[in-house]
Design a protein around this ligand. Structure first.
Ligand code: FES
Length: 568
């Protein structure tokens, strides 16, 4: 028996399928569609437009372009809203709601009658959430990303969210610029639709989605306001129809090989640390385990090729003009698995065999002359991080890579903000700043707080970087000698919870080590107080099901293969 198509899919259960179809058609006709359109294959469009998401403000125009593509290929496009995650509008943090958006996306793809879906997202957590949901629903799917913002100018200098947000804020804290100037900068950091203009998390996830094969080739870096972005949207609508016809499901695209390719690209672009979490979670939905030892092996054999902020001077619009992710993939070709399928219906090898345009070598370096010989990210292990931590070496000062320091501990974000600028804080530039209780199990929900501000008195004295260690995340747009995602986190009773002021910590990036130099006997004497369990609602579900950073902070029951045992 052939599978039903379009509105005949997944009928509401009244115990009478013919009645259910008649009723559905009748209600669909009330929206003014002709019977001809209602008989066509249906392409769902998951629209994450929201008044609380500046990065998605052009989605109405983008969605119209997707619809054009679907209609041109003889399909019926039907949009549906999902929740949206505007990075700076969510409390306590957007990551806490990524899995909620993934559940929303998955269930609405599954519950509604659609033959394929176009996922329209962009801001940091929205693309991973949509991909996680689509992989779990496993219906033909294609991602369309928002595209990056354009840069603006301030006193002749280019500005782009959000590396420059942090750079100027650090100058303001150090007393190098005035209050009225920071006000002017605030008005010029984000001036167009689209996602942050640097190689932050959104740009990294777009690049990863293109490498995985889940967005159309060449579309990751197209600026949000460029006409090519609308053409990519129309083409995505057309491609969705083709995916529906061939029945190509995400499990044919997201494979162990394409996930490895994505890790390679993550390294080569000096991508965001957050992408490690998201790629781990997406892979987990496909039953693929991404382990941090493998990440280190790939990092050692993948050079950094792309010179974008926060590690270099350029912006996403420059990457687009320089040749985009396609040019990066061409350089990495000898290191990639070539047989991976893409939503365009061709393999990566077929894609890369096509002729390519000119490449600007000031932005995308050749494999033979990389910016850095090894990848941007490494995982550290040791007595302070038995299950790993992440360090972005491409955005840090190598002078701080091999050293031992004294811990200056902040027990929470509240403690940090109360004391970091205290003139009496006992701290020197050689110390290690340690933040506890900002991990996935904490009430803070793993915010992007790992970029701890430098103590006010040191910043004003000209200190630019210090070793900072936490179980938090860091914005993909930030830079510094920052150890993140320490696992297990402090709230689950990991060793991080037991660090006290004055303890010695040893960091060795060369040896991939992070060790707390305190005896096990002494650590056993130090009590750990778990955070209170939330009383109700999503916060309670989150707390019950959230996994640690080494599992991508997904919910255990949403993984393809839930873990039998979860440590809390
Ligand atoms: Fe949306 Fe940066 S705030 S991508």
């Amino acid at each position: 028996m052939t599978e039903p198509v379009g509105l005949a899919r997944g009928l509401t259960n009244y115990g009478d399928p013919d009645f259910a179809l008649y009723l559905r058609r009748s209600f669909a006709r009330s929206m003014g569609y002709s019977t001809d359109l209602l008989a066509r294959p249906v392409i769902g469009i998951a629209d994450s437009y929201s008044g609380f998401n500046n990065c998605h403000r052009h989605f109405p125009e983008l969605v119209e372009a997707v619809k054009r593509g679907v209609l041109a290929m003889g399909g019926l496009p039907l949009t549906f809203p999902t929740i949206s995650l505007g990075e700076v509008f969510l409390n306590p943090t957007s990551l806490m709601f990524r899995n909620l958006m993934a559940m929303d996306t998955e269930e609405m793809i599954r519950a509604q009658p659609m033959d394929a879906v176009v996922l329209v997202g962009g801001c940091d957590k929205t693309v991973p959430a949509q991909l996680m949901g689509a992989v779990s629903a496993n219906r033909p799917a294609i991602q369309l990303v928002a595209g990056p913002m354009l840069t603006a100018r301030w006193h002749g200098e280019r500005l782009g969210a959000c590396t420059d947000c942090r750079r100027f804020w650090a100058k303001y804290r150090a007393g190098e610029i005035e209050k009225d100037e920071i006000g002017e900068i605030e008005g010029n950091l984000a001036t167009t639709a689209g996602t942050c203009a640097v190689m932050g998390t959104a740009s990294t996830m777009a690049s990863i989605a293109e490498t995985l094969g889940m967005i159309l080739p060449g579309s990751a870096a197209i600026p949000a306001v460029h006409a090519d972005r609308l053409r990519a949207a129309e083409a995505s609508g057309r491609a969705a129809m083709q995916l529906a016809k061939t029945g190509t499901t995400p499990d044919r695209i997201v494979t162990p090989q394409s996930v490895e390719n994505a890790l390679r690209v993550l390294m080569a672009i000096g991508g965001s640390t957050n992408a490690v979490l998201h790629l781990t979670a997406i892979a987990g939905r496909a039953g693929i385990d991404l382990d941090l030892d493998r990440l280190n092996a790939i990092s050692e054999t993948t050079p950094v090729l792309v010179d974008l902020k926060p590690t270099g001077p350029h912006y996403m619009e420059d990457l687009f003009a320089a040749g985009g992710i396609g040019a990066v993939l061409r350089e990495l070709k000898p290191l990639l698995h070539p047989d991976c399928m893409t939503v365009a219906g061709e393999t990566l090898a077929q894609r890369l065999a096509a002729p390519c345009g000119p490449v600007d070598r000031s932005i995308i370096k050749p494999l033979s002359e990389p910016l850095q010989p090894t990848g941007g990210l490494v995982a550290l292990f040791g007595s302070l991080a038995p299950k790993g931590a992440i360090f972005k070496r491409s955005a840090a000062d190598p002078k701080l890579f091999e050293r031992e320091g004294r811990a200056v501990v902040f027990t929470s974000l509240e403690d940090l903000s109360a004391r970091i600028d205290d003139p009496d804080l006992d701290v020197t530039p050689e110390d290690f700043l340690v933040l506890q209780n900002a991990g996935p199990l904490s009430a803070a929900g793993m915010p992007e707080a790992g970029y701890l501000p430098l103590p006010g008195k040191l910043a004003r004295g000209g200190v630019k970087d210090m070793v900072r260690i936490s179980d938090a995340r860091m914005s993909g747009t930030a830079y510094g000698s920052i150890v993140l995602h320490v696992t297990p986190d402090a709230a689950s009773g990991g060793p991080l919870a037991k660090v006290r002021n004055g303890d010695r910590i040893r960091l060795s990036v060369a040896q991939r080590r992070l060790d707390l130099l305190v005896s096990p006997e002494e650590l056993a004497r130090r009590p750990v107080v778990p955070p209170p369990f939330p009383e109700r609602g999503y916060a309670q579900l989150y707390r019950r099901e959230i996994l640690q950073a080494d599992r991508g902070c997904d919910f255990n029951f949403l993984r393809k293969h839930p873990l039998a045992e979860v440590s809390r």
